[in-house]
Unconditional design. Sequence first.
Length: 336
Amino acid sequence: MPRTILVTGANGEIGHTLLERFAELEGARIITVDLAPLHADLASKSSLHLTGDVSDPALWARLQEEDINEIHHLAALLSTSAEKAPERAHHVNVNGTLGLLSMARAIGQRRGSPVTFLFPSTIAVFGLPNLETKQAAGRLTEDQYLQPITMYGINKLYCEQLGGYMSDRYGQLLDAQADVLDFRALRFPGLISAHTVPSGGTSDFAPEMIHNAAQGKSYACFVRPDARIPFMAMPDGVEALLKLASADRSRLRQRVYNIGAFAPSAEAIAAEVRSVWPNTDITYAPHPKRQAIIDSWCADVDDSAARADWDWAPAYDQRRAFDDYLIPIISERYSS
Ligand code: SER
């Protein structure tokens, strides 16, 4: 039997690159879910596409019929979108995740072997009280400053806990079957893709700056030049998902892992962009609320647990991310 892998939010930025990678791996059956029909360029990479909302019980029931081995639950309202529709964000981000976790448990129970559930969490789970604390704290470990100020961060932090509960303690007084779900979460930094432009996130200033410059467009950055959070090139983000999914369970000491790559300020990103497109016009027009969100996120992460437990190491540092991935592919993309 081929392995069956479910990807929700398949049309999104991570979904695009993840589906490309799965297409290179032989023998897996890929089921995709998205609010919209699958993008034409991804159609050949999916065996079955279901158009639907991840918080819809009818979708969970349909998916439960499938013998799913692994789930990459990418669908979510990101941090900026969530602040414009907080109740809806909670519904999709939390109820959707609970429904899929329950569905995964039912499949694991039926089959008699656990479903691996990959959950992309985020640096938005952190909440530094002020800039001085952020600067002094530097790289945060998984358990520091978990007081998020956004609905999205709250949703993701809760779902990290929920996934652990659903795996290890679900129905502990009901004698519910154990070992039917194996939840694993990654805390992504801001992800930068060369192929797609993000929407609805607060880390979007970096990819927006790069993609605009490549098109010769001016860009007014919505955070201050000194704003600093960690970033990662998309191929590393997807590699991390694949690596954690296949990691030996006996080595995993925790269910939630930070991962990092590089952590430039907005001005450092602008300098990279200007070095390639010298005439680029970048100005700063900080949006107070979005700036406050970025100020509450960590300046960098300590990912030593991921490095020790499942050999995480990014292939792209800042230099390689720009020179070997972002600049060549983005230049090509807008050249025609
Ligand atoms: N990129 C996300 C956002 O900005 C952070 O996880 O919302």
